[in-house]
Design a protein around this ligand. Structure first.
Ligand SMILES: [Ca+2]
Length: 278
């Protein structure tokens, strides 16, 4: 029996908890009419069939903050500056990229280019401090920021509230990223979450929720989960039919579950958004 798998459901090991920014917000642009970027050493004029193609050219380049389009020409600015000057000129449209997406620091793993290897990277959430995270680039098209990783039982997850708050373990190995870090990531924009599970027979399954949010410590890190898809069926619902959605976080020393008389943080030997302990 894989004892390290004992978590939430006695027959299931929760190996990975991963979050990723929802793509539709990742590539956001704004357009303004009758303006063109001033020509400079950082601008390049290229042929382009449409305003959309011009916008995509800019989005595919990490240095591009804005681009202008008119009649088959796309002017790309690669200065990494968003305050570049524009001139008023009929027939041109300027496409401005969301400033969020051109800052040099990674806000989460979804900003890594496709093809990047899985591994440890530094990210800096907006209004947060820089943290090391494990970016999972091989699962589900990549771009996932790892919240939990368990695979060999080398790290003890039977820990206290302050451990789960700050995070513990080894980022390159088994770990919990930390509830404050999770909140700092999720408050930036809209995120999906993926849970990867494995049972004692080696069968794997996953659950994806298209929207996930975790409140700050004043809410006891209350979880919001909606939009299920995947192969895990109702695995994220406990045996009494209680969903994780809406639960507060519980640890061995903080009982926020809905079970009476049990304390799930002790009974399940792990911190989690426990409902009842079944
Ligand atoms: Ca209880």
């Amino acid at each position: 029996m894989k004892l390290f798998c004992l978590l939430y459901y006695t027959s299931v090991c929760l190996k990975l908890v991963l979050v990723k920014a929802n793509a539709k917000e990742f590539k956001s642009i704004q357009t303004t009419g009758s303006t063109r970027a001033l020509q400079s050493k950082n601008t390049t004029d290229v042929d382009s069939a449409s305003k959309i193609e011009c916008a995509l050219l800019c989005l595919s380049n990490r240095q591009c903050c804005l681009a202008s389009f008119s009649k088959g020409t796309c002017r790309i600015d690669n200065s990494e500056k968003c305050d570049i000057g524009t001139e008023t000129i009929n027939g041109w449209t300027t496409i401005r990229r969301n400033i969020y997406h051109i800052t040099p620091q990674l806000k989460d793993c979804s900003e890594l280019p496709p093809g990047t290897s899985s591994g440890v990277y530094d990210i800096t959430p907006v209004n947060g401090s820089t943290i090391s995270v494990f970016c999972e680039m091989d699962t589900g098209n990549g771009g996932w920021t790892t919240i939990q990783r368990r695979f060999d039982g080398t790290v003890d997850f039977y820990r206290f509230w302050d451990d789960y708050k700050a995070g513990f373990g080894v980022i390159a190995g088994e770990h919990w990223l930390g509830n404050d870090n999770l909140h700092a990531i999720l408050r930036q924009r809209s995120y999906q979450v993926r849970f990867d599970l494995e049972d004692y027979s080696g069968n794997t399954a996953y659950a994806i929720y298209s929207a996930m949010y975790v409140g700050d410590e004043s809410t006891n890190y209350t979880l919001s989960l909606t939009g299920y898809a995947g192969t895990a069926g109702n695995a994220m619902v406990d045996n009494n039919g209680n969903p994780m959605n809406g639960m507060m976080f519980t640890t061995r020393d903080r009982n926020n579950d809905i079970s009476t008389p049990y304390e799930c943080g002790n009974r399940k030997k792990s911190g989690w958004w426990h409902a009842s302990c079944t």
